[in-house]
Design a protein around this ligand. Structure first.
Ligand code: ANZ
Ligand code: ZN
Length: 802
């Protein structure tokens, strides 16, 4: 028998699959379909990381299994290739980003192919291909047409390193999501997408889909639905300010009002304010901070009292001071809050810092020590007509009271902000609009798409915040499609998230040059049945793409309101010492080397066996070796292969149990336990000293999704018909998965009196009937009063009588 040599078999089978188009999805709509999707990679210069194959192999397993079960499977792959790292690399090495992308894609592709992933390469897409981004631009035009894309001057997040504007979702812990660089505020005229218009549906429709809980929770928190009230406070003179509060029940404890530094009332009341200089200085310093810095809970509270004006509490007519402080954001609610230091932590800290009074209206805490924020247990005090009520009751009562008096109205707010969509960089989709002095922003006619990225000499970002495209005068200068007059093109490009917001639609019909995809194909393939991706995309790509999909649904293009029926997420693969793999730590494992030394099947099995799919795990060279040894044992089964058309009597039950276990585990992210059960099945074969053909055949099919090359080779060596990937998935018989009958001891009044034969998982009733059937045992209990029965399934049955 030949040695197990992955080098001799893996490439061979990959070429055969390629040649035969084994994994091409068919647009044969008579078959049940299964659309599996993993997040297409960004082809970085580093090449594939061992983290990549974990989710890819997982859904590869499910896809391969489903094909054997008769599904028409679409498991596609492509490249999310616009973006900063490529552009930065291109600048540094003076190569065009297009060239860099080509090189990186080629490397990624050959790496992925060497893993034997069953992607349908005939549907490969690349977001930087004009034939692709033509449709990204087309969707933008549709958003523009419906008023969901608009340009507005606003204060945005600006990464000082990348020299580019960032969406809120791209600011992570106060830094740039990509480079970790410092993020400051900058006022800029920017394209925005009105994702806020979909906020409610983005929450509500989570009920329609099967996502793991942590994904649903994170999306809901990010969208941040809040139900409260807007309440008016009169301000000195004829003015008023509206605050947003979720705790109108605490109105009697308001001891001051706080405005955001950007609140427009401040300029309006300039003449009345006696310390305007001081206010101006504070506003200046606040304008430099990011929202993250401003709202951090731990930071010291700062602020200035606005002198010369006061506010009046509408519930008791009390005059209270007005302050400005940067912890109040202009972009949320009304940009003004009623401060309740007794029951709000930030207000409490602020009041302590500036010696402002603290009033208690909910009994239950110690407001000298900290704000009492519990809304479940407290009772209202010091609150006139609310006294004695629970917080919930008080909220209801005061809300109705305020609405009756016309002082307030119920209001729902969302934390979600519109999506900042302009980037001042070169390597992105040009935004297909022009500006005309007469007509304003005008969409390019659809026939002019794709609007190609022009060739440029220099694509370095600029400090002044202008896109490199702004320098290409002959590209910028154009004519207005509406009036024919002089006009200028938009020079900002789209963010990296644009191309990935709809790529899954393109896979259904990747070469269509008339539409983004045909209606028939979309109707057949959408929604995606199973989408696996990283948790870090929950409030970025996953949210953005759900938004675009909903928009396209409203526009009548896609058949379902949600793109993904099911969403799961994998854990990270860490270095041996449990640290993140990184170049600087020198602990990066290169998948090519693992494939070269151990084979792709070993890498695949290892990544699936390594641990709980949803948790982070650390790499272990020993673990890799263990998986290689497992495959060696699989290979050696050929030595003990004997004839046999049916499972042997001794192994029949084990075979059925293993089929059930592997089938179910592959569908529920338990790849590790599925493989473990195949490992123990090998032990059974080895201790029996033989495996018959029927058993081996089933074993190979079960292992095939995880280790496709070795199993296909052994299939051929063993003389089974056709190719393994053309056979069908084995089925189990539930009756045969039940354990054999066992002998169970029966104790009566503390003494073992006999034994019964029952199935190992027999219920107490079944065991009891066996006791009654047994003459000897029955004689000991018949006619007596039953005191108790203690039944330990599979072990013992205790009966006490008197
Ligand atoms: C009075 C109060 C009393 C509040 C109390 C809370 C507790 P969510 O749930 O996040 O919507 N707030 C309102 N607008 C704000 C802004 N622009 N910047 C910073 N804080 C703002 O929180 C709403 C609460 O956050 C509001 O309810 C308001 O403080 C504050 F015991 O009003 B509350
Ligand atoms: Zn015009």
């Amino acid at each position: 028998m030949k040695e197990y040599n992955p080098k001799a078999i893996e490439k061979k089978w990959q070429d055969i699959w390629d040649e035969k188009g084994t994994f091409h999805a068919l647009d044969d709509k008579s078959k049940p379909k299964f659309y599996a999707l993993i997040e297409f990679p960004y082809p970085s210069g580093q090449g594939l990381h061992v983290g990549h194959p974990r989710p890819y192999t997982a859904l590869d397993i499910v896809s391969r299994k489903r094909r054997l079960q008769g599904y028409n499977v679409l498991y596609p792959m492509g490249w999310d290739a616009f973006g900063l790292p490529t552009e930065n690399y291109a600048i540094k090495n003076k190569i065009h980003p297009k060239k860099v992308t080509e090189q990186n894609v080629a490397r990624f592709k050959s790496q992925l192919k060497s893993l034997g992933l069953s992607f349908d390469w005939s549907r490969e897409i690349n977001t930087t291909d004009p034939e692709y981004y033509r449709w990204t631009q087309w969707i933008f035009l549709k958003l523009f047409e419906k008023g969901l894309a608009y340009k507005e001057e606003s204060s945005i997040n600006w990464c000082t390193e990348c020299k580019v504007g960032l969406a809120n979702e791209e600011v992570v812990n106060g830094g740039c999501e990509r480079c970790g660089g410092e993020v400051v505020r900058k006022t800029k005229n920017q394209w925005m997408l009105k994702i806020t218009e979909y906020a409610e549906r983005l929450i509500k429709d989570l009920d329609l889909v099967d996502y793991i809980d942590r994904v649903k929770i994170q999306q809901k928190n990010w969208i941040g639905k809040s139900q409260g009230m807007e309440v008016n406070f009169n301000i000195t003179g004829e003015n008023k300010v509206t605050v947003y509060t979720t705790r109108p029940d605490t109105l009697f404890a308001v001891t001051y009002v706080t405005l955001s530094p950007e609140h427009p009332l401040i300029n309006k009341l300039k003449d009345k304010i006696t310390n305007f200089d001081k206010i101006e200085a504070y506003r200046e310093s606040a304008s430099k901070k990011s929202d993250f810095e401003r709202t951090e809970l731990v930071k010291e509270k700062t602020g200035v009292q606005i002198e010369g004006i006061t506010a009046t509490n509408p519930v008791n007519g009390k005059e209270i001071p007005v302050w400005i402080s940067d912890y109040v954001l202009m972009s949320y609610g009304t940009g003004a809050v009623m401060a309740v230091p007794g029951h709000d932590t930030r207000d409490w800290e602020f009041a302590k810092t500036f010696n402002l009074p603290i009033i208690e209206v909910v009994k239950g805490g110690d407001i000298e020590k900290e704000a009492f924020t519990d809304i479940e247990s407290g009772t209202m005090i010091n609150s006139d007509f609310l006294d004695g009520l629970s917080v919930k009751e008080a909220k209801e009562k005061i809300s109705s009271w305020l609405e009756e008096k016309g002082i307030g109205k119920r209001k729902t707010n969302y934390k979600l902000r519109d999506w900042l969509f302009s980037r001042q960089r070169y390597w992105g989709e040009p935004i297909p609009v022009v500006h005309c002095d007469k007509c304003g922003w005008v969409a390019l006619p659809e026939e002019e798409l794709p609007l190609m990225l022009p060739e440029v000499e220099s694509y370095e970002p600029t400090d002044n915040g202008e896109s490199p495209l702004a320098n290409i005068t002959d590209w910028v200068k154009t004519t207005c499609p509406k009036c024919g007059g002089d006009a200028e093109r938009e020079t900002d490009t789209m963010p990296q998230w644009a191309g990935s917001s709809w790529y899954f639609l393109r896979y259904t019909d990747p070469h269509n040059d008339k539409e983004l995809a045909s209606k028939e194909n979309l109707d057949y393939w959408i929604p995606i049945d199973w989408y696996n991706g990283g948790m870090e995309h929950t409030t970025l790509h996953l949210l953005y793409s759900r938004f675009w999909h909903k928009f396209l649904y409203d526009y009548g293009i896609v058949p379902t309101p949600e793109p993904y029926q099911k969403r799961t997420s994998h854990g990270m693969i860490l270095g041996e010492n449990n640290e993140k793999m990184s170049k600087s730590r020198g602990n990066v494992i290169n998948p090519d080397e693992v494939v070269d030394e151990f084979g792709a099947d070993t890498l695949r099995v290892y990544e699936m066996f390594i641990g709980d799919f949803e948790k982070s795990v650390s790499w272990s060279e020993n673990g890799v070796k263990g998986c290689r040894r497992f495959l060696e044992r699989v290979w050696k089964l050929q030595d003990i292969l004997v004839e046999g058309e049916e499972y042997s009597k001794e192994l029949e039950s084990t075979m059925h149990k293993t089929i059930k276990k592997v089938s179910e585990d592959f569908e529920s992210l338990k790849f590790n336990t599925a493989i473990a059960s195949l490992m123990s099945l090998i032990n059974e074969f080895n201790s029996a000293g033989k495996v018959n053909k029927a058993e081996f055949r089933t074993f190979l099919i079960l292992l095939n999704p995880a280790a496709p090359h070795i199993t296909e080779e052994l299939w051929q060596n063993s003389g089974f018909q056709g190719m393994l990937n053309e056979t069908s998935w084995p089925v189990w018989d539930d009756n045969k998965t039940i354990d054999d009958v066992i002998e169970m001891a029966v104790q009566i009044n503390g003494k073992v009196r006999g034994k019964i034969l029952v199935p190992a998982d027999a219920t107490q009733e079944v065991a009891k009937s066996k006791v009654i059937e047994d003459e000897k045992l029955n004689a000991l209990i018949e006619g007596k009063t039953l005191v108790k029965e203690i039944y330990v399934p599979g072990r013992i049955f205790n009966i006490v009588v008197k």
